[in-house]
Design a binder for this molecule. Sequence first.
Ligand code: SF4
Length: 285
Amino acid sequence: MTQDVEGRTSVDGVEVLGSLSPSRASDFMTCPLLYRFRTVDRLPEPSSPDAVRGTVVHKVLEDLFDLPAPDRTPGRAAELLQPAWESVLEADPEIAEMFGAEGPEVGAWLASCRNSLERYFALEDPTRLEPAERELYVETLLESKLLLRGFVDRVDVAPTGEIRVVDYKTGKAPHPAFEAKALFQMKFYALVIWRTRGVVPAMLQLIYLGSGELLRYSPDEADLRATERKVEALWKAISLAQSSGDWRPRRSALCGWCAHQALCPEFGGTPPELPVLQIEATPVS
Ligand code: SF4
Protein backbone atom coordinates (compact mmCIF):
# COMPACT_ATOMS: atom_id res chain seq x y z
CA MET A 1 0.00 0.00 0.00
CA THR A 2 1.28 3.35 -0.98
CA GLN A 3 1.27 6.60 1.15
CA ASP A 4 2.50 10.08 0.35
CA VAL A 5 5.07 12.25 2.10
CA GLU A 6 4.73 15.90 1.19
CA GLY A 7 6.84 18.98 1.65
CA ARG A 8 10.40 17.81 0.99
CA THR A 9 12.36 20.76 -0.37
CA SER A 10 15.88 19.37 -0.04
CA VAL A 11 17.70 16.10 0.49
CA ASP A 12 21.13 16.23 2.15
CA GLY A 13 21.31 19.93 1.30
CA VAL A 14 20.45 19.39 -2.38
CA GLU A 15 17.38 21.24 -3.61
CA VAL A 16 14.42 19.08 -4.67
CA LEU A 17 12.71 20.36 -7.83
CA GLY A 18 9.79 17.98 -7.60
CA SER A 19 8.80 14.60 -6.26
CA LEU A 20 6.90 11.64 -7.55
CA SER A 21 5.44 8.52 -6.00
CA PRO A 22 4.38 5.47 -8.03
CA SER A 23 0.70 6.17 -7.40
CA ARG A 24 0.91 9.75 -8.65
CA ALA A 25 2.99 8.66 -11.66
CA SER A 26 0.34 6.05 -12.38
CA ASP A 27 -2.39 8.72 -12.11
CA PHE A 28 -0.70 10.80 -14.80
CA MET A 29 -0.26 7.80 -17.08
CA THR A 30 -3.94 6.94 -16.61
CA CYS A 31 -5.23 10.48 -17.12
CA PRO A 32 -3.41 13.84 -16.77
CA LEU A 33 -6.62 15.49 -15.55
CA LEU A 34 -6.98 12.87 -12.82
CA TYR A 35 -3.41 13.69 -11.74
CA ARG A 36 -4.34 17.38 -11.64
CA PHE A 37 -7.48 16.77 -9.55
CA ARG A 38 -5.56 14.67 -7.04
CA THR A 39 -2.21 16.46 -6.89
CA VAL A 40 -2.74 20.07 -7.93
CA ASP A 41 -6.35 20.72 -6.82
CA ARG A 42 -6.06 18.13 -4.04
CA LEU A 43 -9.74 17.35 -4.27
CA PRO A 44 -11.00 15.01 -1.57
CA GLU A 45 -12.17 11.55 -2.59
CA PRO A 46 -14.62 9.39 -0.72
CA SER A 47 -13.22 6.16 0.71
CA SER A 48 -14.99 2.83 0.17
CA PRO A 49 -15.41 -0.47 2.00
CA ASP A 50 -12.90 -2.01 -0.47
CA ALA A 51 -10.32 0.67 0.36
CA VAL A 52 -10.88 0.21 4.10
CA ARG A 53 -10.48 -3.57 3.66
CA GLY A 54 -7.08 -2.84 2.13
CA THR A 55 -6.07 -0.69 5.09
CA VAL A 56 -7.25 -3.21 7.70
CA VAL A 57 -5.75 -6.27 6.00
CA HIS A 58 -2.42 -4.46 5.51
CA LYS A 59 -2.41 -3.62 9.21
CA VAL A 60 -3.05 -7.24 10.20
CA LEU A 61 -0.23 -8.43 7.93
CA GLU A 62 2.09 -5.85 9.40
CA ASP A 63 1.13 -6.73 13.00
CA LEU A 64 1.45 -10.46 12.24
CA PHE A 65 5.20 -10.11 11.88
CA ASP A 66 5.45 -8.56 15.36
CA LEU A 67 4.55 -12.01 16.71
CA PRO A 68 7.19 -14.71 17.26
CA ALA A 69 7.50 -16.77 14.06
CA PRO A 70 5.70 -19.91 15.35
CA ASP A 71 2.67 -17.78 16.36
CA ARG A 72 2.07 -16.40 12.86
CA THR A 73 -0.84 -18.72 12.20
CA PRO A 74 -4.19 -18.20 10.42
CA GLY A 75 -5.88 -18.28 13.84
CA ARG A 76 -3.68 -15.51 15.25
CA ALA A 77 -4.16 -13.43 12.11
CA ALA A 78 -7.95 -13.78 12.55
CA GLU A 79 -7.56 -12.60 16.16
CA LEU A 80 -5.65 -9.53 14.98
CA LEU A 81 -8.46 -8.55 12.63
CA GLN A 82 -10.88 -7.04 15.18
CA PRO A 83 -8.26 -4.82 16.91
CA ALA A 84 -6.95 -3.71 13.49
CA TRP A 85 -10.49 -2.77 12.42
CA GLU A 86 -11.07 -0.91 15.71
CA SER A 87 -7.83 1.07 15.38
CA VAL A 88 -8.71 2.10 11.81
CA LEU A 89 -12.20 3.10 12.99
CA GLU A 90 -10.76 5.05 15.92
CA ALA A 91 -8.49 6.99 13.56
CA ASP A 92 -11.46 7.89 11.33
CA PRO A 93 -14.87 7.32 12.99
CA GLU A 94 -16.69 8.49 9.83
CA ILE A 95 -15.74 5.17 8.23
CA ALA A 96 -18.62 3.60 10.18
CA GLU A 97 -21.09 5.48 7.94
CA MET A 98 -20.03 3.35 4.94
CA PHE A 99 -21.56 0.29 6.55
CA GLY A 100 -25.06 -0.79 7.50
CA ALA A 101 -27.82 1.13 5.69
CA GLU A 102 -25.24 2.92 3.48
CA GLY A 103 -23.28 -0.18 2.49
CA PRO A 104 -22.34 -3.73 3.43
CA GLU A 105 -23.13 -5.15 6.84
CA VAL A 106 -19.98 -4.98 9.02
CA GLY A 107 -20.05 -8.69 9.92
CA ALA A 108 -20.12 -9.76 6.26
CA TRP A 109 -17.43 -7.23 5.40
CA LEU A 110 -15.17 -8.49 8.23
CA ALA A 111 -15.72 -12.02 6.87
CA SER A 112 -14.40 -10.78 3.51
CA CYS A 113 -11.29 -9.46 5.33
CA ARG A 114 -10.86 -12.91 6.92
CA ASN A 115 -11.11 -14.51 3.48
CA SER A 116 -8.32 -12.24 2.22
CA LEU A 117 -6.15 -13.27 5.17
CA GLU A 118 -6.87 -16.96 4.56
CA ARG A 119 -5.73 -16.54 0.96
CA TYR A 120 -2.52 -15.00 2.25
CA PHE A 121 -1.67 -18.16 4.17
CA ALA A 122 -2.26 -20.24 1.03
CA LEU A 123 0.43 -18.18 -0.72
CA GLU A 124 3.09 -17.71 1.95
CA ASP A 125 4.15 -19.31 5.21
CA PRO A 126 4.99 -16.37 7.52
CA THR A 127 6.45 -18.74 10.15
CA ARG A 128 9.37 -19.23 7.75
CA LEU A 129 9.88 -15.55 6.96
CA GLU A 130 11.66 -12.77 8.83
CA PRO A 131 11.10 -9.53 6.94
CA ALA A 132 13.98 -7.08 7.01
CA GLU A 133 11.59 -4.12 6.77
CA ARG A 134 7.85 -3.43 6.85
CA GLU A 135 6.06 -0.28 5.69
CA LEU A 136 9.43 1.08 4.65
CA TYR A 137 9.69 4.65 3.39
CA VAL A 138 12.15 4.84 0.51
CA GLU A 139 13.38 7.81 -1.48
CA THR A 140 16.13 8.75 -3.85
CA LEU A 141 17.04 11.98 -5.58
CA LEU A 142 17.77 11.61 -9.29
CA GLU A 143 20.37 13.76 -11.03
CA SER A 144 17.53 15.85 -12.44
CA LYS A 145 16.66 16.71 -8.78
CA LEU A 146 13.45 14.75 -9.04
CA LEU A 147 12.75 12.95 -5.74
CA LEU A 148 11.32 9.46 -6.13
CA ARG A 149 9.59 8.23 -3.03
CA GLY A 150 7.10 5.75 -1.67
CA PHE A 151 6.27 3.18 0.97
CA VAL A 152 7.14 -0.47 0.41
CA ASP A 153 4.94 -2.99 2.23
CA ARG A 154 7.76 -5.43 2.94
CA VAL A 155 11.42 -6.00 2.12
CA ASP A 156 12.97 -9.44 2.63
CA VAL A 157 16.73 -9.88 2.59
CA ALA A 158 18.18 -13.38 2.16
CA PRO A 159 21.35 -14.42 4.04
CA THR A 160 23.09 -14.14 0.64
CA GLY A 161 22.07 -10.45 0.49
CA GLU A 162 19.43 -10.91 -2.23
CA ILE A 163 16.53 -8.50 -1.82
CA ARG A 164 12.86 -9.29 -2.39
CA VAL A 165 10.38 -6.40 -2.56
CA VAL A 166 6.83 -7.39 -1.59
CA ASP A 167 3.53 -5.54 -1.95
CA TYR A 168 0.11 -6.77 -0.82
CA LYS A 169 -2.98 -6.06 -2.91
CA THR A 170 -6.45 -6.86 -1.64
CA GLY A 171 -7.86 -6.88 -5.18
CA LYS A 172 -7.55 -9.56 -7.83
CA ALA A 173 -4.50 -10.22 -10.01
CA PRO A 174 -4.62 -8.28 -13.30
CA HIS A 175 -5.20 -9.82 -16.70
CA PRO A 176 -1.79 -10.65 -18.25
CA ALA A 177 -2.24 -7.70 -20.63
CA PHE A 178 -2.14 -5.35 -17.61
CA GLU A 179 0.69 -7.00 -15.67
CA ALA A 180 3.27 -4.51 -16.94
CA LYS A 181 1.21 -1.65 -15.51
CA ALA A 182 1.01 -3.45 -12.15
CA LEU A 183 4.76 -4.06 -12.17
CA PHE A 184 5.59 -0.40 -12.84
CA GLN A 185 5.08 0.40 -9.14
CA MET A 186 7.39 -2.45 -8.15
CA LYS A 187 10.08 -1.45 -10.65
CA PHE A 188 9.82 2.11 -9.31
CA TYR A 189 10.55 0.81 -5.77
CA ALA A 190 13.32 -1.44 -7.14
CA LEU A 191 14.91 1.59 -8.82
CA VAL A 192 14.86 3.54 -5.54
CA ILE A 193 16.35 0.59 -3.63
CA TRP A 194 19.02 0.06 -6.29
CA ARG A 195 19.93 3.76 -6.19
CA THR A 196 20.10 3.83 -2.37
CA ARG A 197 21.60 0.40 -1.59
CA GLY A 198 23.51 -0.37 -4.77
CA VAL A 199 21.77 -3.73 -5.13
CA VAL A 200 19.26 -4.60 -7.84
CA PRO A 201 16.43 -6.44 -6.02
CA ALA A 202 16.40 -10.07 -7.11
CA MET A 203 12.63 -10.41 -6.93
CA LEU A 204 9.56 -8.16 -7.08
CA GLN A 205 6.49 -9.89 -5.69
CA LEU A 206 2.89 -8.75 -5.75
CA ILE A 207 0.56 -10.76 -3.52
CA TYR A 208 -3.05 -10.56 -4.70
CA LEU A 209 -5.30 -11.48 -1.79
CA GLY A 210 -8.51 -11.00 -3.76
CA SER A 211 -7.76 -13.93 -6.05
CA GLY A 212 -5.00 -15.73 -4.16
CA GLU A 213 -2.32 -15.24 -6.83
CA LEU A 214 1.28 -14.09 -6.96
CA LEU A 215 2.85 -11.93 -9.63
CA ARG A 216 6.63 -12.20 -9.60
CA TYR A 217 9.29 -10.51 -11.65
CA SER A 218 13.09 -10.54 -11.55
CA PRO A 219 14.38 -7.19 -12.77
CA ASP A 220 17.84 -6.48 -14.09
CA GLU A 221 19.81 -3.28 -14.35
CA ALA A 222 18.54 -2.59 -17.87
CA ASP A 223 14.94 -2.78 -16.55
CA LEU A 224 15.67 -0.26 -13.85
CA ARG A 225 17.51 2.11 -16.21
CA ALA A 226 14.47 1.94 -18.52
CA THR A 227 12.19 2.67 -15.54
CA GLU A 228 14.32 5.69 -14.67
CA ARG A 229 14.05 7.00 -18.24
CA LYS A 230 10.30 6.45 -18.13
CA VAL A 231 9.94 8.31 -14.83
CA GLU A 232 12.04 11.22 -16.10
CA ALA A 233 9.94 11.42 -19.28
CA LEU A 234 6.76 11.38 -17.19
CA TRP A 235 8.14 14.15 -15.04
CA LYS A 236 8.85 16.27 -18.13
CA ALA A 237 5.28 15.71 -19.32
CA ILE A 238 3.90 16.63 -15.87
CA SER A 239 6.05 19.78 -15.76
CA LEU A 240 4.85 20.75 -19.24
CA ALA A 241 1.21 20.30 -18.21
CA GLN A 242 1.93 22.33 -15.08
CA SER A 243 3.45 25.25 -17.00
CA SER A 244 0.83 25.24 -19.77
CA GLY A 245 -2.17 24.44 -17.57
CA ASP A 246 -3.14 21.85 -20.17
CA TRP A 247 -4.26 18.83 -18.14
CA ARG A 248 -6.05 16.71 -20.73
CA PRO A 249 -8.62 14.14 -19.72
CA ARG A 250 -7.97 10.65 -21.06
CA ARG A 251 -11.16 8.66 -21.14
CA SER A 252 -10.81 4.93 -20.44
CA ALA A 253 -12.50 2.05 -18.66
CA LEU A 254 -10.92 3.43 -15.46
CA CYS A 255 -13.26 6.46 -15.60
CA GLY A 256 -15.83 4.19 -13.95
CA TRP A 257 -13.76 4.39 -10.74
CA CYS A 258 -12.99 8.12 -10.98
CA ALA A 259 -14.45 10.21 -8.16
CA HIS A 260 -14.32 13.38 -10.29
CA GLN A 261 -16.54 12.61 -13.25
CA ALA A 262 -18.82 15.54 -12.35
CA LEU A 263 -15.90 17.95 -12.96
CA CYS A 264 -14.57 16.21 -16.06
CA PRO A 265 -15.21 17.64 -19.55
CA GLU A 266 -15.45 14.09 -20.89
CA PHE A 267 -18.63 13.76 -18.82
CA GLY A 268 -20.00 17.27 -19.37
CA GLY A 269 -18.30 18.83 -16.31
CA THR A 270 -16.03 21.84 -15.87
CA PRO A 271 -12.81 21.62 -13.81
CA PRO A 272 -12.39 24.24 -11.08
CA GLU A 273 -10.05 27.21 -11.61
CA LEU A 274 -6.45 26.17 -11.05
CA PRO A 275 -5.18 27.23 -7.62
CA VAL A 276 -2.93 30.28 -8.25
CA LEU A 277 -0.11 29.11 -6.00
CA GLN A 278 -0.12 25.72 -7.67
CA ILE A 279 0.18 27.31 -11.11
CA GLU A 280 3.28 29.18 -10.04
CA ALA A 281 4.85 26.43 -7.98
CA THR A 282 7.13 23.74 -9.29
CA PRO A 283 5.03 20.61 -9.21
CA VAL A 284 5.55 18.41 -6.19
CA SER A 285 3.40 15.32 -6.24
S1 SF4 B 1 -13.50 10.74 -15.50
FE1 SF4 B 1 -11.90 9.73 -16.70
S2 SF4 B 1 -11.16 11.27 -18.15
FE2 SF4 B 1 -12.28 12.34 -16.51
S3 SF4 B 1 -10.75 12.93 -14.99
FE3 SF4 B 1 -11.59 10.97 -14.33
S4 SF4 B 1 -10.19 9.45 -15.24
FE4 SF4 B 1 -9.83 11.37 -16.33
